[in-house]
Design a protein around this ligand. Structure first.
Ligand SMILES: [Ca+2]
Ligand SMILES: [Ca+2]
Ligand SMILES: [Ca+2]
Length: 131
């Protein structure tokens, strides 16, 4: 399910090094589902849309901000978002969520051209495969 996939992404974005390789591989496959136009690569715009969808799903009362309670109901991945609270008021506004570093994307985009190409994905996949 796509929304769960998006949640998994945010977990990976804040993941500790202790995270299992298998979970990373799974998140990678889910990341590829963000390829909305099906051209084999995930642009930053496509990835950001995925992140916005996650935010919308967590914002249960649709006030454009994630309260502590809303994050708590979203599980571990949503709680990780608390790092995005740049003004420290306890809620995460949409702007704060979108302004937070997209670490998974940055990590995958090896040549910093704002697109995670098929080749870049394959390179990471090869690393995860233990090769
Ligand atoms: Ca694409
Ligand atoms: Ca809310
Ligand atoms: Ca790239």
């Amino acid at each position: 399910m796509r929304l769960n996939a998006v949640l998994a992404l945010s977990v990976l974005a804040f993941a500790s090094p202790a995270w299992a390789q298998q979970q990373r591989g799974q998140a990678l496959e889910q990341f590829m589902q963000l390829d909305a136009d099906g051209n084999g690569s995930v642009s930053r715009a496509e990835a950001e849309r995925g992140r916005a969808a996650m935010f919308a799903r967590l914002d249960a009362n649709r006030d454009g901000a994630l309260s502590e309670a809303e994050r708590a109901s979203g599980g571990r991945s949503a709680q990780a978002l608390s790092r995005a609270d740049s003004n420290g008021d306890g809620t995460i506004s949409r702007a704060e969520a979108m302004a937070a570093p997209y670490r998974m994307f940055d990590r995958l985009d090896g040549n910093d051209d704002n697109t995670v190409s098929e080749a870049e994905l394959n390179a990471v996949r090869a690393q995860l495969g233990g090769g």
